[in-house]
Design a protein. Structure first.
Length: 418
């Protein structure tokens, strides 16, 4: 399994590289391994022969791991990127977040590295179905890499006064995005109903991955300048409900802020593939919906029957391209069918799946629509969540804000032309 793959390790300590070479080759003799003592030499090596995975230490002279992986992300977006870092590297790590798909904290076990590599490879192979690749090749530039997201993505790669000034300028140019993020924070009761928290404050409250996800969602929907949280467009309301529910469950489990951020982002973007399919393959999109209604089957089965792939794969593929972490991509890819995911008992995947399941129950047609989908009871049991599942369901339903009947609050109507 996972033979004929190419992996690059980068570390300025030759002793570390020798140890990695010895241990990795003994455990995975069929992997093609290359070792470099600087980011600069690794870039030369990548130009000569690309790699499936790049694993870099954080602290290196001249060019650190975060900067190196940003360059790799720009030049070789299909290459999986893993950063090895110590606890003292927190600020530097923040600077490299948007270019890194997986973090491993040093010291880490060899098995941790192997698992991170194999998880990334599973996702790469899952997302390279020929019919899916054909669709992705037809996505227009404005959908594949929205200019607004590109600007935000660049700003969020760094910290410091200059980045704060740029983020404030970005918020001034796109007030509707700030308003959307503020509404999500309001739904989660992270801010008061009449809060005027700015985008920098919302990044701190919600997290970088969530803000990126909201920007993507808003951009792919055409960057609407008018947003009324009292009656939001269903294309916005649906992911906001999923994001709110996923974050709610994660907090019930007392998960770290970064994990709450990731599961919320995954829930927000679970259905971004539907938006893209509708734009790129409108006939296939309509046919799959018609089949689901005609045959009374779940949408995944209908999409595969009509198009050869389903929207979770599209969502996951494009999110991998946008640089979201492996865990987020996995949660998106298997949010309908978690039992076939490469991670057999992921509690975070279960949380995103649960948000999807509960949102379906409280949505339009409620239990009738939910009846088309079998409960992933085996996966729930493998995650040890049989007892906690009813608690999650009750909490999500109690905190649900139905579409169109949210209580008014001061300043709720937004009509900027920005």
């Amino acid at each position: 399994m996972y033979e004929d793959i190419s992996i690059i390790f980068v570390d300025d300590d030759p002793n570390v590289l020798r140890g990695l070479r010895r241990r990795m080759m003994s455990q995975r003799p069929n992997w093609s391994l290359r070792f470099f003592e600087s980011a600069e030499s690794a870039l030369i090596g990548l130009a000569e022969e690309q790699a499936d995975v790049v694993i870099s230490d954080m602290r290196m002279p001249e060019m650190d791991g975060a900067e190196f992986l940003r360059i790799v992300a720009n030049r070789y977006p299909q290459t999986s990127r893993i950063l090895l870092s110590g606890y003292a590297d927190e600020i530097a790590i923040q600077n490299g977040t948007t270019a890194t798909q997986h973090f491993l904290t040093k010291p880490c076990k060899d098995t941790d590295i192997i698992h991170a590599v194999e998880r990334g490879l599973v996702m790469r192979r899952y997302l390279h179905d020929p019919m899916l690749v054909d669709l992705l090749a037809r996505i227009p530039r404005e959908l594949a890499w929205p200019a607004t997201f590109e600007r935000l993505h660049t700003i969020l790669q760094f910290t410091g006064p200059k980045s704060r000034d740029e983020l404030n300028e970005f918020a001034a140019d796109h007030p509707a995005l700030t308003f959307l993020a503020r509404d999500l924070a309001r739904r989660e009761k992270l801010v008061a109903a009449d809060s005027q928290t700015g985008l920098i404050g919302l990044v701190k409250l919600l997290g970088i991955e969530t803000i990126k996800a909201l920007c993507i969602l808003w951009s792919e929907l055409g960057q609407p300048a008018k947003f009324d949280p009292n009656v939001p467009a269903i294309e916005l309301h649906r992911p906001l409900v999923l994001g709110q529910m996923a974050a709610n469950i994660a907090r019930l489990q007392n998960l770290p802020f970064e994990t709450v951020d990731q599961v919320r982002a995954a829930a927000l973007l679970c259905h971004i593939g539907e938006i893209i399919i509708k734009r790129v393959m409108p006939d296939g999109y309509k046919a799959s919906r018609d089949r689901a209604d005609r045959d009374d089957c779940d949408i995944i089965s209908a999409e595969v029957a009509e198009m050869g792939f389903a929207h979770p794969a599209v969502s996951a593929s494009i999110c991998a391209y946008w640089g979201f972490p492996h865990e987020v991509v996995e949660q998106i890819a298997f949010h309908h069918r978690p039992e076939v995911a490469p991670t057999p008992n992921s509690r975070t995947l279960l949380i995103v799946y649960a948000a999807q399941y509960f949102a379906r129950i409280v949505g339009k047609d409620g239990m009738k629509r939910a009846a088309k989908y079998d409960l992933a009871s085996g996966f729930i049991s493998r995650c040890g969540a049989d007892d906690i599942w009813p608690v999650w369901e009750r909490s999500c339903i109690e905190n649900h804000l139905p579409h169109g009947i949210e209580k008014p609050y001061p300043g709720q109507m937004f009509h900027s032309a920005g």
